[in-house]
Write a protein that binds this ligand. Structure first.
Ligand SMILES: *Cc1c(COP(=O)(O)O)cnc(C)c1O
Length: 430
């Protein structure tokens, strides 16, 4: 009998690309033209004047961000990465310090401490949330630990009550990387407002974007001040501003432009409805995919918490399906194309990123932080230090993005039908 699955030479379930996730429209065009007409594309000055804080659109953007998230200070930066670097600098991380980080994230959240001579120490993730496991964090704390870098991975809020309790007990700062969780909530509060500093990404792949960009939020005015200086040439500012604590106050140019901020204002207005469409699509998939016994979906969030579903994670049970996750995902990728504006990258993936401590920068300890005479610890990055993340990544987790706004019911049914087709013909994969 002829093979049916596309991976074995059968006809794929669908070849037509899925709709693009494109959030840019007339509003952004109009906003950009308005800025261009003024001739003022960036009003920043790296000096202690009115323009130290940027031009009118930068300020309006920050104002709209802080009022949306109900937080005292919003500080725009040119990426989430520079925001994480700024946050590490602002809290005063120095050579000899350790920062607890997660192995399952975009690399920037783990390397950020290295920029200031701090040493990242990896704690394991929880298998229900894919975020840092508070129990593992506690085991990694030493007298050198100064901060915890929390990532709300895939949009799932981390266990903030437990993490904040640990932080308080050990007098640690908490930075929240909210790149994948804009408007995500933990027990009624926006993520990013629970720790000391929250950082958002506005890169092209995120819920909303300005091409490249980022925003930091904090209710701590002193930290906000330090972030603003690190963003914009601190060394010029400290004397006229009479700043006494110069730790880490070498400034960068991490400034956003007026054009990007104009786009950002328009994008932020769209965020609630974009998130709602995403959550509606997630509800559709939750219902359809719970019918497959080999799939384990995330437990429902209670207590007014909101998962923002940057990607849709599924735990795959090989012992039920009878095939390895990798085989299953490769078969799915053969049945379904990607989307417009994303032609070359599949919308389904095995796991997420390789556990970050396996990157060469960590394996080879190729940063001066490790060799500084201030560092008295011996950090361990050998394979096996975080067994949960390794198991999730190598065998259990897979993700898809077919719940992005713009997908129709028919589009999403094609995805469900592809899953069904593979389970019906699973023997072909054995
Ligand atoms: C995208 C992302 C970043 C980096 O954001 P940029 O704005 O591209 O610098 C950092 N952390 C996480 C969790 C991300 O998803």
């Amino acid at each position: 009998m002829a093979k049916k699955l596309a991976i074995n030479g059968g006809a794929p379930l669908r070849t037509k690309l899925f709709p693009a996730y494109n959030t840019i429209g007339e509003e952004e065009k109009k906003a950009v033209i308005q800025v261009l007409d003024t001739g003022n594309l960036s009003q920043y000055l790296g000096a202690w004047t009115h323009d130290f804080y940027g031009g009118p659109t930068v300020r309006a953007f920050e104002e709209s961000w802080s009022s949306t998230f109900n937080v005292k200070n919003a500080i725009s930066v040119n990426s989430n990465t520079s925001g994480l670097f700024t946050a590490i600098g602002a809290i005063g991380i120095q050579p000899g310090d350790e920062v607890i980080v997660t192995p399952y994230s975009m690399s920037a959240s783990a390397v950020a401490p290295l920029v200031y001579g701090g040493v990242p120490v990896f704690a394991d993730i929880h298998s229900d949330t894919f975020c840092l496991d508070p129990k593992s964090i506690e085991k990694k704390i030493t007298e050198r630990t100064k901060a915890i870098m929390v990532v709300h991975l895939f949009g799932h809020p981390a266990d903030m009550d437990e993490i904040l309790t640990i932080a308080k007990k050990h007098d640690l700062y908490v930075i929240e990387d909210c790149a994948q969780a804009p408007m995500g909530k933990y027990k009624g509060n926006y993520v990013g407002t629970l720790g000391d500093i929250g950082v958002f990404s506005l890169n092209y792949h995120k819920h909303i974007h300005t091409g490249e960009g980022g925003v930091m939020i904090t209710n701590n005015d002193e930290l906000a001040d330090r972030c603003q200086m690190i963003r914009n040439h601190a060394e010029n500012i400290v004397a006229p501003k009479a700043i006494k604590n110069l730790v880490n106050l070498i400034g960068y140019n991490y400034r956003m432009t007026e054009i990007e901020c104009a786009i950002g204002i328009a994008q932020l207005k769209k965020l609630p409805s974009l998130l709602q469409q995403r959550l509606d699509n997630v509800a559709f998939f939750n219902e359809k995919l719970s019918a497959f016994p080999a799939f384990e979906l995330l437990p429902e969030l209670a207590n007014d918490s909101v998962h923002t579903y940057y990607v849709y994670p599924i735990k795959f049970h090989q012992e039920i399906a009878g095939v390895h996750r990798n085989k299953f995902v490769e078969a799915l990728q053969a049945e379904l194309p990607s989307a417009y504006l994303r032609e070359t990258a599949p919308l389904i993936g095995k796991g997420y990123v390789k556990p970050l401590y396996l990157l060469p920068i960590f394996q080879q300890k190729a940063a001066w932080a490790y060799h500084s005479s201030f560092y008295k610890g011996t950090v361990d990055y050998t394979e096996g230090i975080c067994p949960v993340v390794e198991k999730m990544h190598n065998e259990v987790l897979f993700t898809h993005e077919y719940m992005r706004p713009g997908m129709s019911q028919e589009d999403m049914m094609d995805v469900v039908n592809a899953f069904e087709k593979i389970f019906e013909n699973i023997n072909e994969l054995k």
